[in-house]
Design a protein around this ligand. Sequence first.
Ligand code: ZN
Length: 251
Amino acid sequence: MRFIKNMQIAVMADIHSNLEALEAFLNCICKEKINKFICLGDIVGYGASPNECVEVISKSPNLYAVSGNHDWGVLGKTDLSCFNEIARIAIIWTQNQLNSKAKDYLGSLPLISIASGAFLVHATPEAPADWNYLVDVYDARRQFQHFNEKICFVGHSHVPMAFELNETTDELKIIRDKKFSIADAHCRYLINVGSIGQPRDGDPRASFVIWNVQDQTIEFRRVTYNIKRAQQKIRRTGLPLFLASRLSVGR
Ligand code: ZN
């Protein structure tokens, strides 16, 4: 790992065509020194601004991104029968909206990647293209066998969560702290950064992580955004109304 003084990396996932949330995230982090961005997929799907979100992400310097199931869905790379009805309607709507430049960018994204020594995948390191959900310690324990890096960042469930595996004691625990150290050389981490554009943990604010590489800390962060505007845009498009209403409650 290359250490730059005060190197901070902003890690986020599941933007889901929510430009208002994406812009609030970018405004929030521009106040601090961020050297690198990581986006863990699902740039599109659900929201009303797919082209705009892809454009912002594709033009962000020092950004490392992987593909999500909705990104694959709009490209026809994954079977739409795996999605629930509302997700499927949104994917088909998105397919009809996306310009060729945006499709090309989404098509260029890998399924897994490594950035600054961290393993990146949208769903699980065990089976990146199966889009399984990782919600508890039982799911998490198996995943640690499928990456060698100290940290694996994931998205997909839209619920921020961190697991720590102590490889000396074999103890696996969920970390509840908003900010925690990853300095212990015996420990490895599996971190779900939550969702920018459609959080589902009961907190409607956009969720992301700041990884301070020098200090070896991880911090879960939230930022408010103009939910009403994002909802109005969804309602105007004719997308299912649930996709607008759920944004107010973060479910
Ligand atoms: Zn998602």
